[in-house]
Design a protein around this ligand. Sequence first.
Ligand SMILES: NC(=O)C1=CN([C@@H]2O[C@H](COP(=O)(O)OP(=O)(O)OC[C@H]3O[C@@H](n4cnc5c(N)ncnc54)[C@H](OP(=O)(O)O)[C@@H]3O)[C@@H](O)[C@H]2O)C=CC1
Ligand SMILES: O=C1O[C@H](COP(=O)(O)O)[C@@H](O)[C@H](O)[C@H]1O
Length: 458
Amino acid sequence: MVQSISTLLVLGASGDLASRLLLPALGQLLTRHPERPVRLVGAASDELTHAAWKSIVRASFASAEASGPAIDALLATTSYHTVDVTDSAALSNLLADCEGDPAIYFALPPAVTTLVCDALTDVTLPDGVKLALEKPFGVDEAGAVALNHKLAQLVPEEKIFRIDHFLGRSTVLNLLGLRFANRVFEPLWSNQHIARIDIIYDEQLGLEGRAGYYDKAGALVDMIQSHLLQVMAVVAMEPPSTLSAADVRDAKGLVLRATKLRGGSPKRSSRRARYTAGTVDEQVLGAYTDQPGVKPERDTETLAEVTVDINTWRWTGVPFTLRSGKALGQRRREIVITFKPAPHLPTGLEGRDDPSVLRIMLAPDEMALEININGPSDPRVLERASLTATFGPGQLLAYGEVLESLFDGDPALSVRGDTAVECWRIVAPVLTAWRDGTVPLDDYPAGTAGPADWAPLG
Ligand SMILES: NC(=O)C1=CN([C@@H]2O[C@H](COP(=O)(O)OP(=O)(O)OC[C@H]3O[C@@H](n4cnc5c(N)ncnc54)[C@H](OP(=O)(O)O)[C@@H]3O)[C@@H](O)[C@H]2O)C=CC1
Ligand SMILES: O=C1O[C@H](COP(=O)(O)O)[C@@H](O)[C@H](O)[C@H]1O
């Protein structure tokens, strides 16, 4: 391992991403690998004292049980700057506070990230700088194309990391192992035997004070346009020759280029809803529209569902439904692969003969293969059984994996520029239809499974 950066400069350091996910993961990484010393510089518009910043970092590290010499060294030297990060002079000052080669981490809403990239054109960047940009990449398809061009003027492609932390989850490797290290699944992995695939990421979390970002994004852009399409690409991709960044990115790119909204109709293939007041896990949650910073007239959805087709020999005809939402009653993070029914049940066998279902659960990663077997008392009567397994949790948090690959300059866990644009192309008709009001905005009480008349998935 040759660590190629010395400073992590986090823009948007006072935000939810930084304190809840990025800093704990940095703490965990440095605890496991103290030989990777890194200076941490934070910047955001929030007025934080040095002591307040240090206590944020300390609390984030504590949440990951981070400790040791690299942690102590980082805490002794970390600094925080209250600045407008879209200002070129402020950015130059921030870079002056970095030691050695920095990675600039854009933990910012996408519109702000674009402005920072504009501002960086007036800044002299160190040769070894790396740019790590959070999802969503840009604010729409044209914006993503323009952002790619802007970035190309700043640094070469190999220094650009379009972050999607779902690629850092052990789930991705687990999926590749399950599919390509066994002969039993791959021959069935196509429209010949699979009826439908649902990818569900239901959260119990509400807005968590993130209106500044989320109210302009909504569930479709926040989760489906990025994370869930990436997961779908791994579920559906052709077997890669190696797990190298080039092979896996090519294979994902082929899937996403072939993906289109099912039937080309946003009205039939998408649904959206927003939570009203309710109780999640015994906690009372106010309506989304009553949260500070939310503008109800934006009609931001907190639950989204989209069905796409992958137009290839392997997948034509199989609907892939992606769903994600907030403030739901149950946390449900699952890839559900529903097989076609057996073509003929021998006469003489009775009872339950539902199609087989393979469920791959995310965090903790587990799988369950639900099949029909002969019942214990009368062997002519079928019953349902579930074969389960637990995957290893991985050594690092998803963001730890992401940071490690950023520090090492390995693009395996980041999204290629053309793929980031493809993902916007796939959801563009839905965004337009939702803006036009062609698809109604339903509602659901927080703590429920979603609108009462939505058919359940998986
Ligand atoms: N939170 C999460 O769970 C995850 C978030 N992400 C991504 O991370 C990004 C940020 O999200 P999140 O942290 O949730 O959003 P937040 O709204 O919580 O944080 C945004 C941060 O950016 C700062 N900021 C905004 N504009 C400026 C500016 N002009 N100058 C300086 N600072 C500025 C804010 O400072 P201030 O508050 O002072 O305005 C705040 O620190 C998004 O792209 C999101 O998709 C990705 C994965 C998970
Ligand atoms: O990117 C995001 O992801 C989180 C969900 O990921 P998790 O790893 O925290 O489960 C989501 O809550 C957030 O809205 C979104 O921006």
